[in-house]
Write a protein that binds this ligand. Structure first.
Ligand code: 5CU
Ligand code: ZN
Length: 365
């Protein structure tokens, strides 16, 4: 397969065996517990949010067994996956425990990728985004040392990050040395939600996971990225590579409104070097939009940002999670979305399926 034709999944999660064992050992959320299934069999369940139904969610070997991950990739014709630890990212632990566990899991992830199969003489099928123990009380020196550890692990191309920072969000001045170290190391930050937004916004009707996942997650990413922009982080670290989960949430749709609000607010406008839309062209987006119109819009909005920015925006391939034997609907929908974008030729589709990701990962032309 030509490198330009690869299907690359940059949004696919694992709970590596060490992390899964740790979650099994816990009695508080987050945790993995065993229950008897409605069919009378023992089954493991995952609970990661304090306010989710206590029955939790299904969790299985596809999260910790590399062979299962590879079977999942084969089933969906995914050539390469960049795997990242699923949420949450250790912020429920004391800083020193989180630091130690993150560094152990980073070594585990390197091993998971490095000893896995090869795609070509120069490419593996698996790469990873490591873990940074961003927890309240974390010392800057320890965070920077974990960034440096990830940079030394050749199959880890970046790190997955939630939105809370060390407690005050990602626009916290305390993170400046961390951004500097990440930029210096050339690592990608995969910005991914976990907390959603204030659950009072969801009212009292029972809607299961729908509102927190469909709206809370993308708005969490939207707010976190906007705060990064407004704090001037993208101005101070012009080479920082930010990959946004779920196609950037609502940021592409709201970027012109954001630009207008900034323009009318001298306090903020005077802090920024560019029109707010410029920064959209500095960002990278996964292609987890679930619809051709939405995906096309993200690309158009990022493309429009080229009028303000000089760097190219990327939309990269699909989200993968659980799936045994049967093609997983989310992956199918995201691939169909790429196929269906009005006006995209094969070149654009190939770029979104894998070419952009290859460049972003520093693995291709
Ligand atoms: O759709 C997703 O990316 C996710 C995820 O990663 N974690 C989660 O709890 N829900 C949805
Ligand atoms: Zn995810």
């Amino acid at each position: 397969m030509a490198a330009g034709k690869l299907l690359i999944d940059v949004h696919t999660h694992v709970y590596l065996p060490r992390y899964a064992a740790f979650l099994r050992s816990r009695t508080d959320v987050p945790r993995i517990f065993t229950r008897t299934s409605p069919e009378g069999q023992p089954e493991e369940r995952l609970l990661i949010l304090d306010d989710e139904p206590p029955t939790g969610r299904p969790v299985g070997a596809q999260y910790w067994d590399r062979d299962e991950k590879l079977k999942f990739m084969d089933l969906h014709s995914i050539d390469m996956s960049v795997v990242s630890s699923a949420n949450p990212w250790l912020d429920f632990l004391p800083a020193s425990t989180a630091h130690k566990l993150a560094e152990e899991l980073n070594v585990d992830l390197e091993d998971f990728c490095a000893t896995g199969p090869t795609l070509s003489p120069t490419l593996k099928r698996l790469y990873g985004f490591g873990l940074l123990p961003l927890v309240p009380g974390a010392s800057t020196a320890e965070l920077v040392s974990t960034v440096e550890q990830i940079a030394r692990l050749p199959h880890l191309k970046g790190l997955i990050m939630g939105t809370k920072g060390v407690g005050k969000g990602l626009d916290d001045d305390a993170l400046e040395p961390v951004w500097a170290a990440i930029e210096q190391a050339g690592l990608i930050v995969f910005l991914h939600p976990h907390y959603g937004v204030d659950k009072n916004a969801w009212g009292e009707k029972e809607n299961g996971h729908v509102l927190p996942l469909a709206l809370g997650f993308p708005f969490e990413t939207t707010i976190a990225t906007t705060r990064l922009i407004l704090a001037g982080v993208l101005d101070r670290y012009p080479s920082l590579k930010l990959l946004l989960a779920h196609s950037g949430g609502a940021l592409p749709q709201l970027s012109s409104r954001l630009a207008s609000c900034v323009t009318h607010d001298p306090l903020v406008a005077s802090r920024l070097q560019h029109d707010a839309r410029f920064y959209l062209g500095r960002l990278h987006f996964d292609a987890v939009a679930y619809g051709a119109e939405e995906l096309g819009f993200v690309a158009d909005a990022a493309g429009r940002a080229h009028a303000y920015a000089s760097t190219a925006a990327s939309a990269t391939a699909s989200v993968g999670a659980a799936g045994a034997g049967k093609r997983w609907k989310s992956v199918v929908e995201n691939l169909e979305a790429i196929e269906g974008v009005d006006g995209w030729g094969e070149g654009e589709k190939d770029a979104v399926r894998g070419g952009n990701a290859l460049r972003l990962l520093g693995l291709g032309a």
